[in-house]
Design a protein around this ligand. Structure first.
Ligand code: NOJ
Length: 742
């Protein structure tokens, strides 16, 4: 019986593979036939993307007659056009062009569309890949119902510098975690595949190494070894290709002197060559023309030549292709084959999306209406929002708060805030004031009828005015329990939002001092788009919850955690520095010739004379209301050969009276290798939910493939030798064992 089932399954699998190939072949044939009909201008039109007239996410050029150009087939795609009505209007124009090639509508759907999810860095703190996939799925359902075909997400840039505003948009500092998250998000956006009206095309961005901008200053240069590029920055992009990402966006930065947009090595050799990427590459906004500012192109025409030849298939808002590509082809500076390849890639996606069959298939009023307020989407958003919260500190079990508490003072600028919970890259909808759940409302829905809720704002987020302090102190004094909220405004982290100081803005930490000094049971909640520095708070507040920007369901998710309806499980996806002077700080740095053993070991060591070596909170840190105990590590063998595997097991006990979820983390260290290796590298994790008092064993299986790295010849190899293996609750709190790869 089982054999018959297996046989049937493989027959189905083989025939579905065959069907896929047939479908692909059919599309390729259609693309080729269409290409034959196209003039050079029409081909170039497909490579041209304009911003819509209603919103902008970059510096506008606003030249030209948009309507006329669409009708002439000179526009292949538009961004920032949403809604069934608008997309239909513009698609109508495209249908008046000679070949009726449909427009593609792209949009920054970064962490939700109508329902806003936690910022991606916040979601990454959940380490819950399924929940992240589900979030991306909801975003795709909502955006596609509003006529959007294509999201400019996920951003998969590894980022180790919290001064960089765009850390909010990625998955943090770790390549392994970042690669898994990249896959989960691509899968979520693309759902059941192109052509399904509830799926959008994903776009892995920003290719590449944008997150390594010198000094954390946006758009800045990147200078790094190719080994570092391949080992740390490229794997999440490769993961996105493996997950089937339809498109890539290149980046604003140069890499070792060549702007990414004009960089043949990364776009042609790696992405389209080695990785065999079949989709297309869109430039970032104006990044082709910006090669002039880089000092790499003498004018917009040369920039167009360099970008096209390097593999940038679509020009977002530089107007370089539309103005100069035809001449460049005629002059022989860009080969027709280059144009054909780009246009083929773009047309293929339009066919796969089913837009030739029905250019309006994503413009359906009924679907737009039903998805506009789909209550199920809020359930998904609340789920990931509560899982994104990280409990940094909980002395004397100040948390969770009892729902029966006599009086609770809610203090600070985020108590009644709404849109500040959305964060950067989110949309403002006219009914936001009723849809976004504030902390006040979230708490109100939890506490007993007898609980008195008191409120004082205390201060603004950025303002220096302290006149509200007295009222805040008075209010806190009257209460049995204090919930104090501080953080960043929604536009303090994001594109072009780099900060040289990442302290709590304004007078907020002074407010924390005043309130915490009262000695009441107090929890400080920090809403922000990056790791912040808040040493006084960290050292004195009894409890701290890091809540990022949590989106539409912020208040509910916060209240779930505050009152213990959800036991916090988030773990930091980035190291939190003690001061800006420690930046860049990341857990998987290399050893040096003079490593310090600890903070007292500074003499001729690679340490600071005036500052600890260690972050305030390490990568992977995050507490729970439960307390988990790890046993020593058991290895299945002290050594193994390539082709075999090794199992490492710990037993994990929940020593508390509360059920909880722990993210068990596995790290390795290659003790000696042909190139220096990181002190620790994340190689696995497992999320385990244990009942009170329960013990469970957690195992990880390693093979030689997990021990691979790039050597100095850029070969991805493993080398026999000794390794350390660590399992624990965070990168700085682990058990340790040793094994050998023979
Ligand atoms: C510039 C940003 O870098 C990119 O991430 C975004 O997708 C485009 N603008 C379009 O808004």
């Amino acid at each position: 019986m089982i054999r018959i089932a297996t046989l049937l399954l493989s027959v189905c699998f083989i025939s579905s593979l065959a069907a896929q190939t047939t479908a692909e072949k059919r599309i390729d044939k259609s693309v080729d036939s269409l290409l034959k009909l196209m003039t050079l201008d029409e081909k170039i039109g497909q490579m041209n993307q304009y911003n819509g007239p209603w919103a902008a996410t970059g510096p506008l050029t606003n030249e030209g007659n948009l309507v006329g150009q669409i009708k002439e087939g000179k526009v292949g795609s538009m961004l920032n056009v949403t809604g069934v009505k608008r997309t239909r209007e513009l698609q109508d124009l495209a249908m008046q062009s000679r070949l009726k090639i449909p427009l593609l509508f792209g949009q920054d759907v970064i962490h939700g569309f109508r329902t806003i999810f936690p910022i991606p860095l916040g979601e990454a703190a959940s380490w819950d890949l399924k929940a992240m996939e589900a979030g991306a799925r909801v975003a795709a359902v909502e955006a596609s119902a509003a006529g959007v075909h294509w999201t400019f997400a996920p951003m998969v840039d590894i980022a180790r510098d919290p001064r960089w505003g765009r850390v909010m948009e990625g998955a943090g500092e770790d390549t392994y975690l970042g690669s898994l998250i990249a896959k989960a998000r691509v899968k979520g956006f693309q759902g059941n595949g192109f052509g399904d009206t509830a799926s959008v095309m994903a776009c892995a961005k920003h290719f590449a190494a944008y997150g390594a901008a010198v000094g954390g200053r946006d758009y800045n240069s990147v200078d790094m070894s190719l080994r570092q590029l391949h080992e740390t920055y490229l794997p999440p992009f490769k993961a996105a290709v493996d997950a089937g990402a339809a498109t890539f966006m290149n980046s604003f930065n140069d890499i070792n002197g060549i702007p990414a947009t004009g960089n043949k090595y990364i776009q042609r050799d790696i992405l389209k060559g080695q990785w065999k990427f079949k989709g297309f590459v869109v430039s970032d906004w104006g990044s082709i023309g910006e090669m002039i500012n880089h000092g790499y192109s003498k004018d917009n025409k040369e920039a167009g030549m360099q970008a096209a030849n390097a593999g940038s298939d679509m020009d977002m808002e530089s107007r370089s292709y539309i103005q100069h590509l035809a001449a460049l082809v005629k002059e022989g500076k860009v080969k027709m084959a280059v144009v054909d390849d780009a246009v083929r890639r773009i047309l293929r996606k339009k066919f796969e999306m089913g837009l030739f069959a029905d250019p309006y298939k994503f413009s359906n009023e009924n679907r737009e209406k039903t998805q506009w307020n789909n209550p199920q989407h809020r359930v998904v958003a609340r789920d990931i929002a509560k899982k994104s919260i990280v409990l940094l500190k909980n002395e004397k079990q100040v948390l969770p708060v009892s729902k029966q508490t006599g009086s609770i003072a809610l203090i600070g600028p985020f108590v009644k805030a709404k849109s500040d919970h959305l964060g950067f890259w989110s949309y403002d909808w006219p009914d936001d004031s009723t849809r976004i759940v504030s902390l006040w409302d979230g708490v109100k829905s939890k506490v007993s009828a007898q609980t008195k809720m008191l409120y004082a704002k205390g201060c603004g987020i950025t303002e220096l005015d302290k006149t509200g302090f007295a009222e805040a102190v008075e209010t806190a004094r009257k209460a049995d329990y204090v919930i104090l909220t501080v953080g960043e405004t929604r536009d303090m982290s994001g594109e072009a939002k780099s900060r040289s100081s990442i302290q709590l803005p304004g007078v907020q930490e002074e407010l924390v001092k005043e309130i915490v000094s009262l000695g009441k049971p107090t929890v400080v909640m920090i809403s922000a788009g990056r790791p912040l520095v808040f040493n006084w708070t960290a050292d004195h507040a009894p409890a701290i919850l890091y809540t990022w920007w949590l989106g539409t369901e912020a208040g509910n998710a916060m209240a779930d955690v505050l009152f213990g309806d959800y036991n916090p499980s988030g773990k930091l996806p980035m190291s939190f520095p003690r001061t800006e002077g420690q930046i860049p700080i990341y857990y998987n740095h290399y050893f040096t010739g003079r490593p310090a053993k600890n903070d007292s070991d500074r003499h001729y060591r690679s340490a600071y004379t005036d500052l600890s070596l260690y972050p305030k909170y390490a990568f992977g840190h995050g507490l729970s209301y439960s307390s988990f105990e790890y046993s020593e590590i058991q290895l299945s063998a002290p050594a193994f050969h390539a082709g075999q595997s090794l199992t490492a097991t710990v037993s994990l006990t929940n020593k508390s009276k509360t059920a909880g979820t722990e993210t068990v983390q596995l790290y390795i260290r290659d003790i000696t290798a042909s190139v220096v290796r990181p002190v620790k590298e994340l190689k696995g994790f497992s999320q385990v939910t244990l009942a009170a008092g329960e013990t469970r064993s957690v195992s990880f299986t390693l093979t030689a493939d997990d021990l691979r790295f790039y050597n100095d010849q850029l070969q991805y190899i493993y080398e026999p030798g000794k390794f350390k293996l660590f399992i624990g609750t965070s990168s700085d709190n682990v058990k340790e064992a040793e094994f050998e790869l023979k």
